[in-house]
Ligand binder design. Structure first.
Ligand code: FAD
Ligand code: MLT
Ligand code: ZN
Length: 506
């Protein structure tokens, strides 16, 4: 099995960190003229001298001597800040000293991990100083017995996985961006991904963390206890708060044992009713070994095969499902998946299907699902929606949106984490087009809200969805979120313009 992991992660790394054409991206301040810069200090020589006095030269990157476009532009090439300074601390204490100074000097900060975020949260909107965690990449300790790994926040997920495998452990989360995203960024976004069905989200897997608050204070919540009911569980506040409440510098993660058997099946299906039946039967017959259940629709499949020249072994169906099992007994797991395939074929729930015979085939099947984001990005501008909806309504939104948009976009497609009710609705056009955007939003969010779904299932709110948070959360909840933000960051220096609509003083 180790070769399976090795192959698949290498592919992920190549494509999630692909060079982007960052220079042609329009500035956020131009594209969204209604955004107004807060009354923060402008960077001065005096500020720079301070940072240079507490950090080494390679930890302070200025636009005078460096090309900062890779830090200012997001992975989707859809937003672009104009930061002139990137700070790269190596320790929690350095982060503390930076934030203490920025708070006193009223300097806005944008924390940045691997910059793979998909909601415009990881790059500055204006000239915020970028606090890049990339040099804090140590795996501090791994304990096979307890399954606890303690890691610095800037550790790339794939690197952590490699170390865990050497200790017979694996990550409780996995995502297509693992070659570039960092564990701190994952915690800050409460990233989901393809194993959430099995291991749950990071609110359950993170045992502890260290966060630096806006005033520079270090909050040590780095517990490794699975059970701890002493008062409020403050670490949870930083999981999913997207760098607005504090900077995560260390994480204690509970990691499951590495499965010794991973099986992958890939099915072609002719109706959405049969997609649901496949999910039901997979859950029922695979039980505890089911680790992923992913959906690809025909249009997504067309995009990934044509743009990236990939081949699918199962063709010409409206829907495809990828099922993965992870367990400890290869014969037992293979027998279960085989018998599921037979049943589904026999009763006509699926029309065609294949099981990966080896790790290369499994990797190739996963590429059809995991590389859709990359394939869509190569088609032009992507309007990306990541919603939670009740499972029976999972695909309706794609049909409704297609009817609404007609021939305006290049494509309107749906894929995602079916087993978790998390649809990725994606629409592409040659370039950014406000006529199309205005037809999609707020229509899409109204629809999701009517189903009592979530306008962000796993990617977060960032800048792109901040005007829609109340389509999912009640006004009272948002009011208390704002109060919490004010309490933790009274000067609003941490990732301003993100998560909340309007100005934070509203
Ligand atoms: P960044 O993009 O750098 O930052 C994300 C947010 O977290 C920003 O608001 C930033 O300010 C904040 N932040 C980063 N580090 C810290 C820190 N140490 N402390 C405080 N705040 C911080 N997401 C999923 O949930 N599931 C998927 O399956 C998935 N697949 C993806 C596939 C591809 C190809 C790509 C490009 C992205 C995918 N994503 C997915 C989105 C993205 O990878 C995740 O949101 C990831 O968790 C971001 O991690 P990062 O290190 O790149 O963070
Ligand atoms: C995925 O599941 O592929 C990611 O969340 C990226 C995307 O939504 O495109
Ligand atoms: Zn996803």
């Amino acid at each position: 099995m180790s070769s399976l992991y090795k192959l698949s992660t290498t592919i992920r790394k190549l494509h999630s960190s692909a060079a982007r054409f960052t220079k042609n991206v329009e500035f956020t301040a131009v594209r969204y003229p209604y955004l107004k810069r807060g009354s923060y200090s402008f960077l001065s020589d005096r500020h720079l001298r301070f940072f240079q006095s507490i950090l080494s030269p390679h930890q302070v990157l200025t636009d005078e001597f460096n090309d900062l476009s890779g830090y200012n532009v997001d992975w989707m090439c859809s937003v672009r800040g104009s930061s002139r300074l990137v700070l790269r601390p190596k320790t929690t204490e350095e982060v503390g000293a930076i934030l203490q100074y920025c708070n006193a000097q009223n300097i806005a900060i944008c924390p940045q991990g691997g910059n793979t975020g998909l909601v415009g949260g990881s790059v500055p909107v204006f000239d915020e100083v970028i606090l890049s965690l990339g040099l804090m990449d140590a795996v501090i300790s791994v304990d096979e017995l307890s399954g606890i790994a303690i890691v610095q926040a800037g550790c790339v997920l794939e690197k952590l996985e490699t170390v865990l495998h050497l200790n017979n452990l694996t990550l409780p989360l996995d995502l297509g961006a693992k070659g570039s995203c960092q564990i701190g960024g994952n915690v800050a976004t409460n990233a989901g991904g393809i194993r959430l069905l099995r291991y749950g989200n990071l609110h359950g897997s993170v045992m502890g963390l260290t966060a630096v608050l806006a005033n520079g204070q270090i909050m040590d919540c780095l517990s490794t206890n699975k059970k701890d009911n002493t008062g409020y569980d403050l670490k949870q506040l930083f999981i999913g708060s997207e760098g607005t409440l504090g900077v995560v510098t260390q994480v204690a993660l509970h990691c499951p044992s590495k499965p010794t058997s991973v099986q992958v099946g890939f099915f072609g299906i002719n109706s959405f009713d049969n997609v649901l039946e496949t999910l039901r039967l997979s859950k029922q017959s695979l039980g505890e070994i089911l680790s992923s259940c992913e959906l690809i629709d025909q249009s997504s499949m067309e995009c990934v095969t044509s743009q990236l020249k990939l081949k699918s072994p199962v063709n010409d169906f409206p829907f495809y499902i990828l099922i993965e099992t992870s367990g400890s007994n290869a014969d037992h797991d293979a027998e279960k998946l085989n018998s599921l395939l037979e049943t589904l074929l026999k009763n006509g729930t699926i029309m065609d299907g294949t099981l990966a015979a080896d790790s290369t085939q499994a990797t190739n099947l996963w590429a059809l699902r995991e590389r859709i984001a990359e394939a869509l990005a190569s088609e032009g501008y992507v309007y990306k929606y990541d919603v939670s909806v009740p499972i029976r309504q999972f695909y309706q939104l794609v049909d409704v949106m297609r009817a609404e948009l007609g021939s305006l976009p290049i494509r309107c497609c749906g894929y995602g984490h079916l087993g978790d009710g998390n649809l990725h609705l994606n629409i592409t056009s040659q370039e950014y087009n406000t006529v199309l955007l205005n037809k999609i939003e707020p229509f899409v969010y109204n629809w999701v809200s009517r189903q009592r779904g979530s306008v962000s299932a796993e990617h977060g709110v960032g800048l792109k969805k901040r005007d829609y948070i109340e389509y999912t959360k009640s006004p009272t909840s948002v009011y208390w979120m704002r109060r919490m933000k004010k309490l933790f960051d009274p000067n609003n220096i941490l990732n301003p313009y993100k998560i909340f609509p309007g100005s934070l003083n509203d």
